[in-house]
Design a protein around this ligand. Structure first.
Ligand code: SF4
Length: 211
């Protein structure tokens, strides 16, 4: 193991362990392949699966594995109209499993997530029987305050650039705390605990994934 791999494992395991007292089932996986297999192992065949917008889910190959596996995927990326997409997002709230990434995770296991529309946050808070959060070690912050700063100052402006929103951060690369119509930071959820023992499962991956 390289020093970086050792460091990732040390903090990844610590965060996964800290989650247990928050009713979040935490796991540490060394790389994206291990993370994908762990997520698949957690979901029984035939499960109805929804997901939120995420670079990480694609980077680890999880969405393709679910598409090609024995699952009932609510595939919002295959929707043919905004109305169909909205219906799929609503359907995902009653799924057996909801897949998402996280914008930031504090060392004490607190999750911080920001959304423009809010469908991902709605699913995280209530609805799906299980939520699987997958996050690279780059999402880990020292404490809750730093996690909020990471989500707002690092993740959000880069996501705005990815989505090409009409917001000032797209021109400057930094957050202007905007109130534009296309603001992607309309809602922020801090998950102190999972509602339901182990309803939320978090897989920390020893690689940089997403923003
Ligand atoms: S400028 Fe607006 S959209 Fe961009 S990161 Fe800040 S609050 Fe979010």
């Amino acid at each position: 193991m390289t020093p970086m791999e050792k460091h990732n494992a040390l903090i990844g395991y610590k965060v996964a362990q800290a989650m247990q007292k928050r009713n979040i089932e935490g796991f540490y996986c060394q790389d994206k392949n291990e993370a994908r297999e762990k997520a698949l192992e957690l979901m029984p065949a035939k499960s109805r699966v929804g997901y939120g917008g995420s670079m990480t889910l694609n980077q680890i190959g999880l969405l393709d594995a679910v598409r090609n596996g024995d699952y009932d995927l609510i595939d919002r990326d295959a929707s043919r109209s905004p109305e169909e997409k909205r219906q799929m997002e609503l359907d995902a709230l009653t799924a057996d499993f909801f897949l998402m990434s996280g914008n930031a995770i504090a060392m004490d296991g607190t999750l911080v997530n920001i959304d423009g529309k809010g469908n991902r946050l709605a699913a995280l808070v209530y609805g799906p029987r299980n939520v699987i959060v997958i996050a690279g070690v780059n999402k880990i912050a020292f404490n809750e305050e730093q996690a909020i700063l990471r989500a707002r100052r690092v993740a959000a402006p880069i996501n705005a650039l990815r989505l090409k929103t009409l917001t000032p951060c797209v021109s400057t690369g930094i957050c202007h705390n905007c109130l534009e119509d296309q603001c992607i930071c309309r809602n922020m959820v801090i998950t102190r605990m999972s509602s339901g023992h182990n309803r939320i499962k978090a897989i920390i991956v020893g690689e940089d994934l997403g923003f």
